[in-house]
Design a protein around this ligand. Structure first.
Ligand code: IPM
Ligand code: SF4
Length: 470
């Protein structure tokens, strides 16, 4: 193989999906799977209706209701009018256009980025899109998965294709062993704190290295999920035995001989030795600690035992400009220690950390303990299946005894499009992926962290270094 024949994983998947290349323009890509939710689909369906056309490949399109759904009493009509309208509109559109919907009440309903993988809809080597920035989650399977805008949603519904300029490629290697109490959420918060919020803009990232290889699929999804938070178009990880084992037997995954055939192909999905990336970074896993954010973008993160930096420590120009405003919003000041700070809200959920593995980890930690009296804790599973599994495993019971409530699935307080909001001025340790101003409710102050850090904080009633407790 000459050096020019050597391909990155990204290049291999991309090349396999180019329908046609527009000279000096974008490529037209075939899209294997299209996920749809209630927020970004109404205008797209309306556009099809206006043009008098249908959905080209309904069998490749799956919809669910997640952003606007309440997390209690899902069997009752939605009381909040806008949310009810959005969810009803999705139901109506899916019925009209013949799209498969896992709506409220369906045993497969859940956050779009949780249900795709758990149902075996997400498979290695695919192209996947959704009108949602965290579609990058699915890259954990060795998939080119990325978020698109509503007009592109219409394009894909109509043609199963999408025009795309090829992004540049970046590889991030994490080598070595993670310390006890450090989770994949800490890895990605660490990476984003190093690269900053705009550091991967224009790139598609491949995560590699021994620390990444050792992670479960759930943990890999957490990392790929947040690729977008450093501006990347998406992130992916080469599939391996851990991936194949996760997929085997899942509802819509190939079965029997078909599965073996698929695995034989999936094993070709890796970056060739010596293939070139536009940029490459390597970090030492041993340098990663439990992380927490102090500001209003996910790149404003520190190791939990560090202090809030000062303007002089900030390197990125765009962050400098908003630094003071960000700290004022958060009610924090440079040099302040976050450890030991009393906070009243904990949110465990979102497409970053609401999978069964996250819930198990939290349950294992809180078992036999009780949350502090000042803490309001919300645990929201990513899907009906996760909720069901948690109940079967007695995890709901453990949570109840520890003073937490296991809700019904949805995006919930990740972005507060339903009634799950954090009150103005209150701090919330959140396992979600965004800490923008007002993200969890007007005036709410979000501190992003791992599920273990969230759990430890809930028990102590103040920001806690989980390494001291395990
Ligand atoms: C509502 C949706 C378009 C949005 C996104 O694209 O990511 C949401 O999921 C988010 O996390 O902010
Ligand atoms: S859980 Fe949060 S980040 Fe994920 S899709 Fe829903 S709103 Fe977006």
């Amino acid at each position: 193989m000459s050096s020019s024949d050597k391909k990155t994983l990204f290049q291999k998947i991309w090349d396999a999906h180019v329908v046609t290349s527009i000279p000096d323009g974008p490529d037209v890509l075939y899209i294997d799977r299209h996920l749809v939710h209630e927020v970004t689909s109404p205008q797209a369906f309306a556009g099809l209706e206006k043009r008098g056309i249908g959905v080209f490949r309904t069998q490749n399109t799956v919809a669910t209701a997640d952003h606007n759904v309440p997390t209690i009493n899902q069997h009752l009509p939605i009381s909040e009018p806008l949310s009810r309208f959005q969810v009803d509109k999705l139901t109506e559109n899916c019925r009209k256009f013949g799209v498969n919907l896992y709506g409220l009440g369906h045993p497969f309903q859940g956050i779009v980025h949780v249900i795709g993988p758990e149902l075996g809809i997400t498979l290695p080597g695919m192209t996947m899109v959704c009108g949602d920035s965290h579609t990058s989650t699915h890259g954990a399977f060795g998939t080119i998965a990325f978020g698109i805008g509503t007009s592109e949603v219409e394009q894909v519904l109509a043609t199963q294709c999408l025009m795309q300029n090829k992004p540049k490629t970046m590889r991030i290697n994490i080598e070595g062993e993670l310390a006890n109490g450090v989770l994949s959420k800490d890895i990605i918060l660490y990476i984003i704190s190093k690269l900053t919020m705009g550091g991967a803009t224009g790139y598609f990232v491949e995560y590699a290295g021994s620390a990444i290889r050792s992670l479960s699929m759930e943990a890999r999804m957490t990392i790929c999920n947040m690729s977008i938070e450093m501006g990347a178009r998406g992130g992916l990880i080469a599939p391996d035995d851990i991936t194949f084992e996760y997929i085997q037997g899942r509802r819509f995954a190939p079965q029997g001989e078909k599965f073996e055939e698929a695995v034989a192909y999936w094993r070709t999905l890796f970056t060739d030795e010596g293939a070139a990336f536009d940029v490459e970074y390597t970090f030492d896993a041993a340098d990663i600690a439990p992380m927490i954010t102090y500001g209003t973008n996910p790149g404003m993160g520190i190791k939990i035992d560090e202090t809030v930096p000062s303007l002089a420590d900030i390197k990125e120009e765009s962050n400098k400009a908003s630094f003071d405003k960000s700290l004022a919003y958060m009610g924090l000041h440079p040099g302040e220690q976050l450890l030991g700070k009393e906070i009243n809200y904990v949110f465990i959920g979102s497409c970053t950390n609401s999978r069964i593995e996250d819930l198990r980890l939290v349950a294992q930690f809180v078992k036999g303990k009780h949350k502090a009296p000042n803490i309001n804790a919300l645990i929201v599973p990513g899907s009906k299946q996760v909720e069901q599994q948690a109940r079967e495993e007695g995890i709901d019971q453990i949570f109840r005894e520890a003073g937490f409530e296991l809700r019904e699935p949805g995006c919930s307080a990740c972005l507060g499009m339903n009634e799950d909001k954090v009150p103005k001025g209150e701090y919330c340790i959140s396992t979600s992926n965004r800490n923008f101003e007002g993200r969890q409710g007007p005036g709410a102050r979000t501190l992003l962290a791992s599920p273990l850090t969230a759990a430890a904080t809930a028990i102590a009633g103040k920001i806690t270094d989980v390494r001291e407790l395990i």
